[in-house]
Each structure stands twice: as structure tokens, then as C-alpha cells.
Design a protein around this ligand. Sequence first.
Ligand code: ADP
Length: 476
Amino acid sequence: MTEKLPWYHSIRLKLALSYVALSVIPLLIFILTITTFIENYFLEARINEISENAARISGIVANQGFDGIEHGVTLPLLRSVITQRSNELGMRILVIDDAGRVVDDSNRGTLLSEVGNIFISSEVISALGGADSDVVRRDEYAIYVTRSVHDESGRIWAVLLVASAADIFESLSNIRTTLLLYSLAVGLVVVVLVFFTSYSLITPLRKILQVVQRMTMGQLSLRIPVSGRDEYALLATAFNNMTDKLDQVEKTREEFVSNVSHEMKTPLSSIKVLSESILLQEHVPEEMYREFLQDINSEVERMTNINNDLLALVKVDQREQGMNINPTNINELVEDILKRLYPLAEMKKVVLLYEELRQVEIDADEIKLSLAISNIVENGIKYTPKGGTVKVIVDADHQFLSITIQDTGIGIPDDEQDKIFNRFYRVDKTRDRETGGTGLGLAISKSTVLLHGGTIRVTSNPDDGSVFVIRIPLRR
Ligand code: ADP
């Protein structure tokens, strides 16, 4: 059963939005920039044209003298020039005196005429202050150009030209609207295209999702069908591999739990039998109590050993995170191990020898590595009969540290040599129970050596004894 995804969470929508954003936003920026540029270009040209006329009219105003103007009657020539220019250029022209009064207006004689009125605006004020100005008034769709004119007596006059720019604004606004509609159409086309092309991207993902969801419902044997060689195929393969690995881990875990319970079963049933036989009998002699309790005690000891080894194994199984890596002098480490094991060797009448061919220091987890080597040396002592020898050799080449543990013991048959590193594996169950072995020692040693990036090998011959060689790279 596939969980339905709301459309607004779908990758398709996200893809479509991203593509629209990627295509339409640059288009919009381009359209706005280019239209603003064109608009400014035309406004500039219009301002220049008006400015030229303003300069000419200002010249005439200055040349004609101002007496006539001053009395509210513009000289005929000036008047005719203003009328003519205004008609030709389609702009309004006003002449304003230093008191802000309009002395001439190209709208003279109409209802709109400002002649005689006070005309105050920011452009006029700055012109009467001696500064020319060009202002585009977007709200009025108009351009205001003011020129200040000085007469011979030092009075200042303002000539104001007002021209419409509506044609420019309208044309540009039309162009903008058309281009915006065009980008909207591009956006829609992109959405449609993305919806169709994303089909091939989404389908394999949906297939993977379906399998994962069915596996979550319990169909753990399902695998994702792999087709093609793209990233989806890699993802499907990686997922399948991961699932195989998890299966493997689960099997190992089950095996491990069953091994542990099996190992615990024997001492537990011995304890049960021993304790029951005392409980069910009356008047049990003291020696029998003692003997049975000793047996119970040794079974408890055995379970404690198994428990300790299991804890050690869990620690080395915690992978790299649990490692406490430091520069470690291997010669000193091996010497310490041997010092601890000399009493056992003496007890078993086995000669323990040490040979160091080279001084070696590597980055290692001292405690874990020490336990790993110690297990193998202890095995050497345990499985070597009286009068035999166990020898430990520390050496190194330019790449690897090697620790060789060789004994003259009972050896390991060829077909068992691979298995002795498995958890709870013992060559001879009955005899090994007597030696107190748990079958976990070599599993701990192997996991530890692997964690250090190394290898561990055994060669053995039941007549000559066994040789274990640990090799660990000098640099991690
Ligand atoms: P144990 O605690 O039983 O010794 P190990 O994992 O250390 O468990 O070893 C697994 C088995 O491999 C042992 O039970 C023993 O049969 C065999 N073995 C290990 N080392 C030697 C050795 N040096 N000589 C002969 N047999 C060995």
C-alpha cells in the first residue's frame, strides 16, 4: 500500500517552481531593466529637446528687454515666438517675474491662462534663485524645464517649459505589459514541460518508495528491481545491498543469541541438577555439600567468564567510535602481557619466550590490542602440553607491525583453522570445557585486529603446533 503524498509536497511541483523561478525571474529582471533603460533614453532625448528650446526662448527674453514684460505686456516678437514655439512643439511656455507672477503664458487668452497669477513651484523657486532645473513629473506624465534669465538691471526671470511625456510613458507601459504577458506564457510552458519531463525522474523513485513501504509492512524479502545505470540504479543497488547486510546482521544476531543461550544452558542445568540433588536428599553429609557446592561454584565461574568475554566482544563490536587510539609501544605492551602470563606458563610447565627483532610504536587502542594478543598467547599456553614452548616475536617491515605467536602444542586440524575465529567455536568441546575456554577469545582478537586495519592468520600442524601471525599497518 503506497502512502499518498499531497500534491503540494511533490518533487514535481518543487521542480516546476524551481524551473519557473530560474527562467521567469531573470526574464522579468531583463524586461524591467531594458524597458527602464529605453524609457530613460527617450525621456533624456525629450529633456534635451525642451532644454534647447528653453535656452532659445530665454535668449529672446533676455534680448528683447523686459520693460514690456514688466508692465504685463510682452513685446510682440517675444509673444509671437512663444506662441509659435508652443504650437510647434506642443508644449506650454510661461515667463515669470522675480515676484513669481506670470507675465506671459502660451495659453494666454484661454481659460487655462495663468497670466497675472502668482505661480510658485519648486522649479520656479530654484530658477528665481539662479538655478536651472529639469524635472520629470511621473504623476502628471510631464517634463518641467526651468531656466533663469538675468536682465541688464540684475533682475531674475524664470522661463518655464512644460511638455507632455505621456506618449513615452504609454508606449513603454504597453511594451512592459506585453513582455510581462510573454513571461507569464513562458512560465506556463515551463510548468507543462517540467510536468511531462519529470515523469521519467519520478517513476523510478516511486518504484523504490513502493518497495520500501512494502518492506516496512513486513515483506522483508522484497528487493528493488534494478534497471539502467543511472543514479537510481545505484540507489536501488545500494539499498538492496544494505538490506542484504541487515539480513545478515539479523541472522548473525539470532545465531549469537542462540549460541549464548546454548552456552549458558549447560552450566545452568548442571547447577540445577547439583542443587536439586542436595535439596531432595535428607541428611546430606557435609563432604557432599562441599563437593556439590564446589561444582556449582566452578559452573558459576564459567558463566562469569562467558559473560566477561561477551562484554569484551560487544566492546570491540562497537566499531571505531569506541576506540581510544594513542601511540603505543608494542614491545612494552607484549612484555607486560608476558609478565602477566608467566605464572600460568610455569604452572603448566610451558616455557614462555620473547624475541624482539625491532622496536615498534603504532597508533592503537592499547587495552583492546593487549587483550587480543593476550588471548592468543594464553591459548598457546593452554593448548601446549607440559615441556612445550610458546614464543612471541615482535618485528616490523616498512609498512606493517607483525606479532608472531608460535607454540609446540596440540595444533589445529586443517579443516578447523578457518572456524576457530567464529564465536563460541571450539575444536574439541569436551576438552575445551576442561580448559575453561569460552570459544570467544579468538573472535575478540580477530575483531580487534580488524578494527586496527590489520589481519590475523593461523598455520598449524597437529604434530608441530600452531603459529598465529598478527599484522597491523604502522600508519592508520
Ligand atoms: P577458547 O576460549 O575455547 O580457547 P578461543 O576462541 O580462544 O576459545 O579458541 C577457539 C578454539 O580454537 C579453542 O577452543 C581451541 O580448540 C582452538 N585453539 C585456539 N588456539 C589454539 C592453539 N594455540 N592450539 C590449538 N588449538 C587452539
